[in-house]
Ligand binder design. Structure first.
Ligand code: ADP
Ligand code: ASP
Ligand code: MG
Length: 424
């Protein structure tokens, strides 16, 4: 007997027939004698709908700003998971399985106070474990917990992945299975490149880069938690027949295992390509070239919680003035410009220019550590397709390139093919 956490995303619980299908996956593991905690997302599209309602309800007359109370945002958007948890518990009960739903506060899953983007601080798994002893299946709402103010707090979009891994860590589960609408982690988003291949394993480090550079198959924080707590995490499909041969294989279920680097036998130089749309580029022209300028620009950005990503500073031509370019998510441009304007006098720059609609494409692979020329290959391949590069950043295991949005798909496919990722 083992203890398993099974997480089902929005498309997997999009309607009652799909929830019934999810219940069959759960039944398979129960029949095999395992203790099971299920974590569910809201039905596909539901969270977006709830977010739109929040924005609509909080619109102030005569103002283009849309400021709202993050605690009430959480109260509204967390409701989608409450519905699916209850429905799955009902379907399981109708199949003769002892099951009950749990909301974040009932367990409790304790978070910090950052409403809308809260971090899980602690999970008390004792009640769940006691109920396992009584043969009960726990169906847990993903995406939510309870903050220090005793109010519901949500974990940021895609947060049910994090709920699942955190619950698995708290319960010392033997496995955490993330069921979604693809049958694993691919070399790139299979929606953009049909030639993408499924990876049987990917290292925590690479998965962390893939997720933070745009591959939304797992929320970044869930990968961090899996890495730190050594949770054996698989990404697999909920759409396969729950009773097909091999689906219940305990050690080698179908899908992608996220694991330590040394568990991967044949390491490729490049493992995957990720992309993030809706990036914006902001340039400060003729900035004073003196110590403290970067701190003067990016300090206030950090205080305003604006996520600055790629930063490029030009060499000053005359020794006194330079240009500084950086990227932020498009949604943060207005706030970033306001912060810059406020600090214009102390920073000292001439003009600020901005452009939205950029895409960041990234090449990821642990093998890059020991191979030269990986970046040059990308630059050459993009040049051959006439794709202009606006900014570049690199780390030990990734290269990120900023390009104009309309070239995103072409760039992803070009890079995917130039590193041979479409070949077996
Ligand atoms: P869920 O609702 O189950 O959480 P998501 O939509 O959040 O599912 O994540 C699954 C989606 O992630 C897939 O449909 C796929 O389009 C996308 N995706 C992006 N990059 C990758 C990748 N490298 N491998 C697999 N899926 C990816
Ligand atoms: N329902 C939430 C969202 O759409 C959480 C999740 O699906 O992981 O972001
Ligand atoms: Mg998701």
């Amino acid at each position: 007997m083992a203890r398993i956490v099974m997480k089902f995303g929005g498309t997997s619980v999009a309607d009652i027939p799909r929830i019934r299908n999810v219940a069959r996956h759960v039944k398979r593991e129960i029949d095999a004698g395992h203790e099971v905690a299920v974590v569910v997302s809201a039905m596909a599209g539901k969270t977006n709908e709830l977010v739109a309602w929040v924005q609509d309800a909080s619109r102030q007359e005569g103002s283009s700003l849309n400021l709202y109370d993050a605690r009430e945002y959480d109260a509204v958007v967390a409701s989608g998971e409450q519905v699916t948890a209850g429905l799955l518990a009902l379907v399981l009960q109708a199949m003769g399985i002892n099951a009950r739903s749990w909301q974040g506060w009932q367990i409790p899953i304790r978070t910090d106070s950052a409403h809308g983007a809260a971090r899980i601080e602690d999970i008390d798994g004792s009640d769940l474990v006691r109920r396992f002893g009584e043969g009960q299946v726990a169906v847990i709402t993903g995406f939510q917990g309870i903050g220090p103010d005793k109010r519901i707090a949500t974990l940021g979009r895609g947060g049910s992945d994090t709920s699942a891994v955190a619950v698995a860590a708290a319960l010392k589960a033997d496995r955490c299975d993330i069921y979604t609408d693809v049958d694993g982690v691919y070399t790139t988003d299979p929606r953009i490149e049909p030639k993408a291949r499924r990876l049987s394993r990917i290292s925590f480090e690479e998965m962390l880069e893939m997720a933070s550079l745009g591959a939304k198959v797992l929320q970044v924080r869930s990968v961090e938690l899996a890495m730190v707590h050594k949770v054996r995490t698989f990404v697999r499909s909920s759409f396969e027949d729950p009773d097909a041969p091999g689906m219940g294989d305990f050690d080698n279920p179908p899908g992608t295992l996220i694991c330590d680097e040394d568990e991967i036998v044949e390491q490729q130089v490049v493992t995957g390509i990720a992309y993030a749309k809706d990036e914006a580029q902001i340039s400060l022209r003729r900035v004073a070239d003196r110590p403290g300028v970067a701190a003067g620009i990016f300090g206030p950005m950090a205080e305003a919680n604006i996520n600055v990503d790629m930063i490029v500073q030009n060499i000053s031509e005359d020794g006194s003035r330079t240009d500084m370019t950086f990227t932020v998510p498009s949604g943060d441009v207005a706030r970033a410009l306001a912060v810059l304007e406020k600090n214009k006098a102390s920073v000292g720059f001439d003009v600020v220019q901005h452009e939205t609609g950029m895409t960041k494409v990234s090449v990821i692979g642990i093998g890059m550590r020991s191979h030269a020329g990986v970046a040059a290959t990308a630059f050459k391949a993009l040049a051959e397709k006439g794709i202009n590069i606006r900014a570049i950043t690199t780390s030990e295991i990734k290269i990120s390139i900023l390009i104009d949005g309309p070239y995103a798909e072409l760039a992803v496919r070009t890079l995917h093919s130039v590193y041979g990722l479409d070949k077996q």
